[in-house]
Ligand binder design. Sequence first.
Ligand SMILES: [Zn+2]
Ligand SMILES: [Zn+2]
Length: 255
Amino acid sequence: MAPGSRTGPLRRGVEAGDRAKVAAVLGVQVADEDARLVLDPRGLAFQRLEWQGDSALDAVVALHRWASPPCCAHQGTSDLVSDAALAVSAERAGLAELMDWRPEPSRLADAVETCVGAGWHVSVQAAVTVVQRLVHADVLLADVLPRPDEAEMSDSLRCDALAAPALVGSAVMEASAATTSTRRRPWPGGRGPPQRAAGAPARRRAGAAGGGGLGLAAGCGLHPHHLLDHVQARVGLVSVVHGLAAGLVEADRLW
Ligand SMILES: [Zn+2]
Ligand SMILES: [Zn+2]
């Protein structure tokens, strides 16, 4: 079958055989509704799950890359999760074979993100398994578990040392925002998911709090961007030291 797009009614459901095939490729049993979107990657529900998976993938990869140097130091995160890289992964893992139709590479890449989202709906651990299978084999469950040996958080939250933890925190906050949005907030007018909206509430919160509770040093600049760095760095450090699940709880408090 040549790659292309498809019109017509969306697939309505999955049967036991489909369920087992999806589980074999993803490495985890996912909800039937999510398995349906893996098999027929079209429509609004697919876009929502893709958005969730995209942000979950970024959070898992950010924590994986925390170790310095990471196994994938020769690659940027954007190389690891580029459309081209994900499409190749999808072919290699047999994801493309599963589908009802043969999507083009960009949609195949979206489908990989959807698979991560389907795993994320099961658990953080399940999402890690999907990332391991479909994106980057060196990702480990340990990457998202607590790392009590990491540096004292207070030392790592100095104004001039925020960049690395803020990178992780930003990804965790996006994943939290996507989870919150897709579960609790229907998008007005049936439009697609909001893009890159995660920073705004944090900025509001940082501004409203005036930095309170963030352990800001005397003389810390109160520019909103810098305060956002502090918020992100705090979420990032919680995620690293106490694990991704704890980081998500910290990020959830921001919404
Ligand atoms: Zn790596
Ligand atoms: Zn500061």
